[in-house]
Every structure is written in structure tokens, then in C-alpha cells.
Design a protein around this ligand. Sequence first.
Ligand code: GYE
Length: 356
Amino acid sequence: MKKILALILSLALALSLAACGAGSTTASPNAGAASVAPSAASDLITVGFAQVGHESDWRTASTKSVQTALSKDNGFDLQFVDCDNDSAAQLTAVRNFIQQQVDYIVIDPIVSTGWDTVLTEAQDAGVPVIVLDRTIDDSDKYVTWIGSEFMNEGLASGAWLKAYAAAKGITELNILVIQGTVGSSAEIGRTNGFKQIADAEGWNIVDSQDGNFTQDGGQKIMESYCKSYQKFNVVVCQNDNEAFGAEDAMDAAGVSYGVGKDVIVVSFDACKAGLNEVVAGKFNADFQCNPLQGQFLADTIKKLVAGETVESKTFMAEPWYVSEDTLKDITYTNSINKEVTEPLVVTTQAIADASY
Ligand code: GYE
């Protein structure tokens, strides 16, 4: 597609965004949209996608979702780079896309800072950037963002733990946290959201370390926690893969966990394998993060190509899954300071089977 068109469109979009202020919308994960087939191969929209890596089930589903939605049949020529959780490699990938003058660059930023220079380079070269999933927090030189409100995931997990402990008569909480990649917005939001409630409730966060969103990372940290600490009754894992590793470590150390056991397990993502653990009563709760963003991304790019305006932010809709029928819902003050009451979904095998 002609570069000049993309430049005009990105300018038009920037102006319309400036006029409208920061709009946002919530994307329903099931709302797919038909896409228009290109009239000729040269009409393909070239998109460079700098993906985080392949660290988790969430990531695998994200990659598949983008590759499926941005297929040739749907009018895209996708260049995919797996950055293997290496921020320097991700900057290089983005610079290569700029050099190739792709029509659009999509970035899922490994960490949330260090972006302004390269985004300025993209802007100067007239290549519009779309941010997917994790956020960029130190530059606004991108067109739009599609992803999850990680702070609300963290707040919801804290609100659930508060209500669950009260319902079970548990008065003392000694909590171990296995963080996701430190400095990623997914980690920052989940950590801060949970901590806000932990601090207000006076819970004891015994330790909090980086498991890098991997099963191996979760296992190693939990092994060292089991050696170092005798007294803990909650493990918060910031994704399912870390929680699988934590399970292995607790099994090896003879620590019992899950419904009715010594340690409450809280997880995030709610991938299929994670929800299987919720059904089995081994995870007490799993806060969904929805990776099926590909179709929203495709629709957004097509709107931009057509000269339409898009929202500056699109949030994925995400349910909260639990193992037991103890609580119906949770109420908490969310990231925009609004009190919300949200349902808790008691997880069935059919729900787990239908997950990503
Ligand atoms: O929770 C984790 C993945 O950025 C939301 O990254 C994503 C996180 C997800 O590795 O499993």
C-alpha cells in the first residue's frame, strides 16, 4: 500500500484524536467481524508485529490470534518477529520495520518504558504504530492501544481474596507473590492493584519476586520460597504458567494447596490448562486476561486504512473465574475510581474446554 496514504491517515487520526480526547471502548471477545478481501496482491496491507516472545500459553494464543486475523486472505502481509523477551531485540525489530517502510507497526512492548526515541523515529518516517496488549508508558507517539486493564485484574484479585478470606474465617494472610516480567505493564498493573488492597487490609506480603511469566521461573521461585518460608497461606502467581511451576515446587516440598488445603492459589490469564486447575480445585481463582485480540487489531487497521477514526484505547472484556460457589460477586473501586460489582464465574469443565 502506498506509504503516503498511511501518512495522511495517521495525521488525520492524530488530529481527530486530539479533537475528541481519549476515547475508549470495551471489546467483546466474541465479536468477530468479516473482513474485506483485497482486490490484488499489491493491495495487501503490510504490518510488522514485534511480539514479546513465546513465554506462556497466553502468548501462544496471542500470536495465533494475530496471525489468523492478519492473514493474506484477510488482506494483510504480516511480518512476525518473536523478540524472545529481549527488549534490545524488540527495538531492533521495530527499527527494521521502519526501514522497510511497512504500512503499520504493531508492538507488544516487553517493558513499558524506553520507547520515545524509536517511536519518534517511526513518526518521522511516517509509519503509524499500534500498541497491542502491554502498554507503553513513556511516549504517546502511537495511534491506538488494544489490551487489558491490568490494574483492574490486580484489584479484582485483591477484592476476591478479601471476600474469600472473610467467608472462610481466615483472619491472617501471609502472601507470597510470583511476579510476571518486572517492568512490563502486565506485571506493574497486577502488582499495584493487588498491593493496594493488601496495604489497605494490612496483609503481610512475605516476598515478591520475578518469575518472568514462565513455568520454569515460577517453579524456581516457589522452590526457594518453600525453603525460605514456613508460614504462608496464599501464593499469587501473575500468570498460569508460573502457577503450574509453583504447583510442581509445592508438590515436591509437600505443601498442600487449593480448595480446603493450606495454601490459597491465585492466578491470572485463565488459559485452558489454568482453568482445568480451577475445575480440579487446585487454583482457587483465576483472573482472565484475554489474548484473542487479533480480530480487533485487524478491524482497527482496516478502519485506519479507510480513513475512519478509531478509539484511542480498546479494553478486552474479561471474566473472573473461581473454583467454589462461595461468593457470587466482588465489589471494588476500579482503576478509574468507580465502584463496580462484578460476577464470579464458578468454573465448569465446559468453560475450561472453551478457553484459549
Ligand atoms: O498475562 C502472560 C504473558 O502481556 C498480558 O504476558 C500479557 C502477559 C500474560 O506472558 O502470560
